[in-house]
Design a protein around this ligand. Structure first.
Ligand SMILES: Cc1cc2nc3c(=O)[nH]c(=O)nc-3n(C[C@H](O)[C@H](O)[C@H](O)COP(=O)(O)OP(=O)(O)OC[C@H]3O[C@@H](n4cnc5c(N)ncnc54)[C@H](O)[C@@H]3O)c2cc1C
Length: 247
């Protein structure tokens, strides 16, 4: 899976600060320079003022201003299972690649067996992988070898069946029912920093599944470049403290 930033609000933290400072000033925030808006905030220069103010807001739980900027990310190659988890979050906007209009009629089933089109979970091939509620000693090498064989032949078979159903005249929107939940999908998602911090509270946590944790870490890395003071504070002071943003 890969994630890229498509579009994002320019100067997101200036917007966050303007929004929040608006709450405490009699002047009209749209008519002030950013320096004037930030007058009185601790810090040697405007960047330090921004960092201090953003950190103070998050620390206090004043999250509303973090809803003003937004970023749009393009996700390639997530599983449909991961998509189902991500799209449970309601404060986000999504576009999801359609399996009604995009058919996998020209995919070679051998390539699917080799890892294309369907996400291969690490536990299918990594003998050291231990899932939640499992212990490493539960399975021997033979089990692990057979696990990979079964996984690979199963995904290959499902794509062969799907393509045969298409050839037999079944529409893609119905033939897709035989495809596995690991089938890859591309997603475009728009989030604001508050929403992303909440998703990270839940999905970067140790009890979340490996794939959505990977996705969340990639989103956080991109967000750290886009909205640096906010996510620097989040990563160092708040990450892994579940549900703080939406108690
Ligand atoms: C480890 C893990 C395991 C999970 N297992 C399951 C499972 O087995 N089955 C399952 O169905 N789901 C499961 N979920 C999904 C989970 O229950 C949530 O539905 C999902 O993570 C969305 O998060 P959220 O509830 O915080 O809502 P979001 O949509 O992310 O909303 C953010 C916040 O806004 C507020 N909010 C939004 N909508 C409402 C509303 N209608 N009413 C009141 N407040 C609202 C809440 O405070 C909420 O926390 C799991 C999640 C995790 C992280």
């Amino acid at each position: 899976m890969q994630v890229r930033l498509l579009e994002a609000t320019e100067n997101p933290e200036e917007l966050i600060c303007r929004g929040a400072r608006n709450d405490y000033m009699s002047d009209y925030v749209a008519e002030l320079s950013f320096e004037d808006v930030m007058e009185g905030v601790e810090g040697d220069d405007i960047e330090e003022q921004k960092a201090n103010f953003v950190a103070k807001l998050v620390k206090r739980g004043h999250y509303g201003p973090f809803e003003h900027p937004s970023a749009t990310f393009a996700i390639e190659g997530a599983s449909r299972s991961c998509m189902a988890q991500l799209t449970r979050h309601r404060h986000a906007s999504f576009d999801v690649q359609s399996m009604r209009y995009v058919s996998f009629d020209d995919v070679d089933p051998q390539d699917v067996e080799d890892g294309e089109m369907v996400v291969t979970p690490p536990s299918a091939t990594d003998s050291d992988w231990v899932g939640r509620n499992q212990s490493a000693s539960d399975y021997d090498d033979e089990d692990v070898e057979r696990r990979e064989e079964v996984f690979r032949s199963s995904v290959r078979q499902s794509v062969e069946d799907y393509q045969e159903l298409l050839e037999l005249g079944m529409p893609p929107e119905d033939a897709r029912f035989v495809l596995p939940i690991g089938t890859e999908v591309n997603i475009v998602v728009t989030l604001n920093p508050r929403s992303l911090m909440h998703i990270a509270d839940m999905r970067a946590a140790a009890d979340a599944q490996w794939e959505i944790r990977d996705l969340t870490e990639q989103l956080l890395d991109l967000a750290s470049e886009w909205c640096p003071h906010t996510f620097e504070y989040y990563n160092s002071e708040m990450k892994h403290r579940k549900n703080r943003l939406a108690p």
